[in-house]
Design a protein around this ligand. Structure first.
Ligand SMILES: Cc1cc2nc3c(=O)[nH]c(=O)nc-3n(C[C@H](O)[C@H](O)[C@H](O)COP(=O)(O)O)c2cc1C
Length: 113
């Protein structure tokens, strides 16, 4: 059985922290160290049968990225590269961070973008 791949996008570090906590709970026998989505490739995701993908929300409930005024490229720039990537058969879990009080109407809604 291959390990679980954990990938995250972040602008200010919180999603990285949560990814690290998930990794700590799963342990190194089950999962590989979390990787920042802006330093990886679709081929890297394809190495895993099971993926845990994490993202914050920026802009108007959008994926983080340059278009949402984040500091670096992020999920918004990565997702288009998945158009030609066959993820069928993969088990994928998503987690999202947001600000529930400030953005109640679009809390963590990048998850559905
Ligand atoms: C400009 C800006 C826009 C945001 N937009 C949303 C949003 O639409 N929905 C939401 O739930 N959170 C929103 N947030 C809150 C972030 O998603 C939240 O602070 C998150 O924990 C940041 O994660 P990071 O530290 O990994 O970048 C926004 C924050 C900022 C600064």
């Amino acid at each position: 059985m291959s390990k679980i791949g954990i990938f995250f996008g972040t602008d200010t570090g919180s999603t990285r922290l949560v990814a690290k906590k998930i990794y700590g709970l799963l342990g190194e026998e089950l999962a590989d160290k979390p990787k920042n989505i802006n330093r990886t490739s679709p081929a890297e995701l394809l190495r895993y049968d099971a993926l845990i993908l994490g993202t914050p929300s920026y802009g108007v409930g959008d994926l983080p990225g340059l278009t949402a005024d984040c500091q670096e490229a992020n999920w918004a720039e990565f997702v288009p590269h998945l158009d030609d990537t066959d993820l069928s058969g993969k088990r994928v879990a998503l987690f999202g961070l947001g600000h529930q009080e400030r953005y109640a109407s679009r809390f963590a809604s990048s998850l559905i973008k």
